[in-house]
Design a protein around this ligand. Structure first.
Ligand code: GLN
Length: 222
């Protein structure tokens, strides 16, 4: 059996943490910086970062069209700015988002960098509770028909309302938060195994997290 190959858009943002999470799951990784880098990948990750810059770089690297085609036909996971790119409407971008997920995403919808926070997320696809790291996070304001909410903020006294923070349509998944910064691999494993239908090599399939557990979120990331 050949080892799955997963691409990570590596123009800007926190792609290195996604590469580390994917490598911990035993798959081969490919940094995507040119259209031809997409040729042999089985699934794609669009990382967090700065969506204005990423949109500009997408066009400068002639990646918009091949990336859109890939994301329409093959498995794609967008986190934070990656979700903004996957969405259908978002304000003040230098170009339109890819429009793969029918959702309206408000940039910095939870506030500015200083309003970044961690919060409990509930998601049945990873078995319940997940530590959500929100950094200048986008807010999902509208979810179109056929788009499934797969994660929401855990409601409770003194906590947030149960609003959506993760969405899926077919093989396209978008998350407002950053699983790659937690050391907990459940979202990556679910995406590769259940969404993309890839077989993970050996024991990686059974492990819950990067050994050494949760790491602190580096300041100012992404
Ligand atoms: N606020 C950023 C943007 O609008 C996204 C932040 C992130 O990816 N953590 O692009």
């Amino acid at each position: 059996m050949s080892v799955p190959r997963v691409g990570v858009l590596a123009l800007q943002g926190d792609f290195a943490r996604h590469l580390a999470s994917l490598e911990a799951l035993g798959v081969d990784v490919q940094r995507i910086v040119r259209p031809e880098d997409l040729a042999d990948v089985d699934a794609l990750v669009l990382p967090g970062g700065e969506s204005t810059t990423m949109t500009r770089l997408l066009d400068a690297h002639r990646l918009r069209e091949p990336l859109t085609r890939f994301a329409r036909e093959q498995p794609v996971l967008g986190t934070c700015a990656g979700l903004i790119l996957l969405g259908r409407e978002s304000e003040r971008l230098p170009g339109p988002p890819l429009g793969v997920l029918d959702a309206t995403v408000e940039r910095n919808g939870y506030g500015r960098q200083v309003d970044s926070f961690t919060a409990e997320v509930t998601s049945p696809v990873v078995g319940g509770w997940f530590p959500g790291v929100f950094i200048r996070a986008p807010r999902i304001r509208r979810v179109g028909p056929g788009v499934e909410v797969i994660a929401h903020l855990t409601p409770g006294p003194g906590k947030a309302a149960a609003e959506p923070v993760g969405v899926r349509r077919g093989q396209a998944v978008g998350l407002c938060f950053h699983p790659e910064l937690t050391g907990d691999l459940r979202f990556h494993r679910w995406f590769l195994g259940q969404v993309a239908g890839l077989e993970l090599p050996g024991s990686a399939a059974g492990e819950n997290g990067v050994r050494g557990a949760a790491e602190p979120v580096p300041e100012g990331t992404p």
